[in-house]
Design a protein around this ligand. Sequence first.
Ligand SMILES: Nc1ncnc2c1ncn2[C@@H]1O[C@H](COP(=O)(O)OP(=O)(O)OP(=O)(O)O)[C@@H](O)[C@H]1O
Length: 248
Amino acid sequence: MDESTAVPAIDAIRLVKRFGDRTVLDDITLTVPQGELFGLLGPSGSGKTTLIKLITGIDRADAGKVELFGEPMPQLKMLQTFGYMAQSDALYQELTGKENMAFYGSLYGLAGKVLASRIQSAALLVNLTDHLDKPASAYSGGMKRRLSLAIALLHEPQLLVLDEPTVGIDPVLRKTIWNELRALTQKGVTIIVTTHVMDEAEKCDRLGLIRDGKLIALNTPEAIIEHAGVHTIEEAFIALGSSKEDHT
Ligand SMILES: Nc1ncnc2c1ncn2[C@@H]1O[C@H](COP(=O)(O)OP(=O)(O)OP(=O)(O)O)[C@@H](O)[C@H]1O
């Protein structure tokens, strides 16, 4: 491993985030090496999105720090480094799929033939090629998610930050997308993804289990299963990760 790949893609150190007097993230330390497919798993409200927002610099921590590729966050120049797919789609409803992609692509400095070819390949990946000329308002929820994913991929970032990317996407396409995510990591891209889908969690190189703002497990899926003394990630998640909030 050379010097540049030895720098972790994500280095989050002792992160604390409070909303009012409520501590939503409590002393989270997490290092994701380059090329890893890392999954964040946790009950609803456990703090996954908040952690993602601190990693991308969208929100600031009350304590602790985040570095991406050795650079402290937040930092404007780092915006080129990662692609972010938020939980809610930030699409222009009146623009077509292609126009949405062209708009976001231009924000990343893409233009001309390069932009056109990136739009085509990203659209192909998420199976939207035949729908590129429809307005986003005419897309289903799953199509909007796919368009958002395509946008996150457009500038071929070194790091992909995906907050529940496959919600509303059918199982066949989900599989295709996960195969592609794996292919991207094989090219050295780092991916951090939040998910509620257990078979997706099992595809990750390592998982972080969050509960009530604390990282309660951080390991490979196999090691987490073994440590919890169960047979599947779903059982491990229930054994380690269930909270009262989740059973209401
Ligand atoms: N801006 C905010 N102001 C106040 N509380 C917030 C804010 N953002 C998040 N929270 C609270 O922080 C906690 C963690 O929220 P977060 O969205 O990170 O959870 P999550 O694990 O991503 O949940 P889900 O799986 O449902 O998306 C929740 O209790 C939420 O209500």
